[in-house]
Write a protein that binds this ligand. Structure first.
Ligand code: NI
Length: 155
């Protein structure tokens, strides 16, 4: 496994629409492992492939429940409700802002072994999925947030 370098806001790759993953193989699984390691080492709860320099539709998420979620070619198929809460991003260190998101989402995705699955999520997980999927469409949370502010993270 390897730590990957995180692209920061201003990097052109963060504004691009990512390509679908076409081939699910050992190379992709190795990349997903590297993404997860990079997310954990940086205390993130989600990371999208373009944030580590690859414009493909893959994200990793772990909302500190010890359950790693890998979403390949994810698509939100339904949304419900709305909720406003604070977000940050490893590509925009130290900046936080409030983002309106759907409170509940259903997402279809492919697993690292090529199986298509469906997941229903609410709360923080639903928020995180929407934040990461925005990355795949070239959208950063600072593009959609209100009340952007600089904060020192708690130790
Ligand atoms: Ni982010």
């Amino acid at each position: 496994m390897a730590l990957l370098e995180i692209e920061k806001a201003g990097a052109p790759i963060l504004k691009q629409i990512c390509d679908p993953v076409k081939k699910i193989d050992g190379k992709l699984r190795g990349f997903l492992d590297d993404m997860a390691e990079t997310m954990y080492k940086n205390d993130g709860i989600g990371l999208a492939a373009p944030q580590v320099g690859r414009s493909i539709r893959a994200v990793v998420i772990d909302i500190r429940e010890g359950k790693l979620l890998e979403l390949i070619n994810p698509e939100i198929t339904s949304k419900e409700g709305s909720a406003l809460d604070s977000e940050g991003c490893l590509s925009v260190p130290g900046i936080y802002g409030d983002v309106e998101r759907s409170s509940k989402v259903t997402v279809n995705y492919t697993t690292r072994y090529g199986k298509r699955r469906k997941l229903e999520a609410d709360g923080l997980l639903a928020r995180c999925i929407q934040h990461e999927l925005d990355h795949l469409n070239g959208i950063l949370f600072i593009d959609v947030a209100k009340n952007l502010r600089q904060e020192t993270p708690e130790a």
